[in-house]
Write a protein that binds this ligand. Structure first.
Ligand code: FMN
Length: 370
């Protein structure tokens, strides 16, 4: 697995791990891959603290950060304005849903304080992205990845001025061409199997299409990778490495508490549903009563991003307090059907490597040049 991208980044394995959890990022980086911290929701101060925390644990090894550059969504609205723009009908819909399930409401003062804080977290503005980017640049991180939309020129120029590589997630060949022309260094081809915001094209079709469009730029395969055999497949399809997100949710290092993890272990691949319930954009997440209610006839229209995400703070907070995971959901991909028990990052990486070698041997045994 000594692919050019692994050599360029100076990592032992071309295994990239997206996670919102600094513990996962540090553990993957320490194990020889590269952790990339999902920081879109963090304040610049939180990001700085997380970077310091990771750096203190990875023995100088490289790691990265994943940010959202909102582009046309980046009007500099006050987060409180987003909150005010949520129609009363939408608040009433989620309130009635949770009232009906007998989940205790939040005291009004607590609810308002929490929602004000949550709106600040979830609102994505260019100003916030710029400040987050400055933190990543000042800390000379090794990889800055853009999650949504075409990566703006100011991001690419600022990163390149400090010799930092820029990556971008893409869900179609068309997006890949746009990001390539914008000047990114690495394309992360994310198939619809993935957890989080996704497109419609499956990894098996998407990966080689993006490799073609990349015209020599390295491509990382994302979406549906949770076994060593799938890593081998990704390399066979022309990718230089893999980018995994869902798998880490089941590890001891994950941000999820034990109840939530166990809920994922009971889910099948078909329970990783496509819905706009979380963010207002199509995403893949655990199917729960909350998600189904939004998809049922009579539910209000989804709000646009980031308002749907901001609204979600209220029911999720209530559901968490009431220990009722039916009225919560979390991004997860179809590999959730392969996740069955508590694991650790180190254990998962060892398993992936063993499976990769077994798959390679099996494949080699089927080829003969005589
Ligand atoms: C819980 C979760 C949250 C995610 N949030 C983001 C995000 O904020 N930014 C981003 O670029 N990708 C996000 N993703 C997508 C991952 O970067 C990655 O592409 C995806 O998880 C790969 O597919 P897999 O889930 O099959 O491993 C998220 C994925 C998960 C599972």
């Amino acid at each position: 697995m000594r692919t050019p991208i692994a050599r360029e980044f100076g990592i032992e394995l071309p295994l990239f791990a997206f996670s919102h959890c600094r513990d996962v990022v540090a553990a993957v980086t320490k194990a020889g891959g590269m952790g990339v911290l999902g920081a879109a929701w963090m304040t610049p101060e939180e990001l700085e603290m997380s970077i310091d925390w990771i750096r203190a644990r990875v023995d100088g090894k490289p790691f990265g950060v994943d940010l959202v550059f909102p582009g046309t969504h980046g009007d500099e609205k006050d987060p409180a304005d987003y909150l005010k723009a949520i129609p009363a009908e939408h608040f009433a819909f989620v309130k009635t849903l949770l009232d009906g399930a007998g989940i205790e409401d939040l005291p009004p003062g607590d609810r308002d304080d929490f929602m004000a804080e949550y709106a600040t977290k979830m609102a994505m503005t260019n100003q916030k992205s710029k400040r987050q980017l400055e933190v990543a640049l000042d800390n000379r991180l090794n990889f800055i990845v853009g999650a949504l939309g075409v990566t703006p020129k100011w991001v690419i120029d600022a990163a390149h001025a400090r010799s930092i590589k820029v990556g971008a997630l893409v869900g179609s060949a068309r997006h890949a061409a746009k990001q390539r022309d914008a000047g990114v260094d690495v394309l992360v081809a994310q198939g619809t199997e993935a957890g989080g915001s996704v497109g419609d094209v499956a990894s098996m079709v998407l990966w080689p299409q993006v490799v073609d469009e990349a015209r020599g730029l390295p491509v990382l395969a994302a979406g549906g990778v949770g076994r060593g055999s799938q890593i081998l497949a990704a390399l066979a399809l022309g990718c230089q490495g893999v980018w995994l997100g869902s798998l880490w949710l089941g590890t001891a290092e994950s941000e999820l508490d034990i109840d939530m993890r166990e809920r994922l272990f009971r889910a099948g691949s078909e329970d990783a549903a496509l819905s706009k319930a979380m963010t207002g954009k199509q995403g893949r997440m655990l199917r729960t009563k909350y998600v189904d209610s939004w998809e049922a006839p009579g539910a209000p229209q989804f709000l646009s991003w980031p308002m749907q995400s901001i609204l979600g703070g209220y029911p999720f907070r209530r559901a968490a307090r009431g220990h009722n995971l039916d009225y919560w959901t979390y991004s997860c991909g179809q590999i959730v059907g392969d996740m069955r028990e508590h694991t650790t990052v180190k254990g998962e990486i060892e398993r992936l490597l063993n499976e990769y070698v077994e798959s390679l041997e099996r494949l080699n045994a089927t080829s003969s040049w005589e």
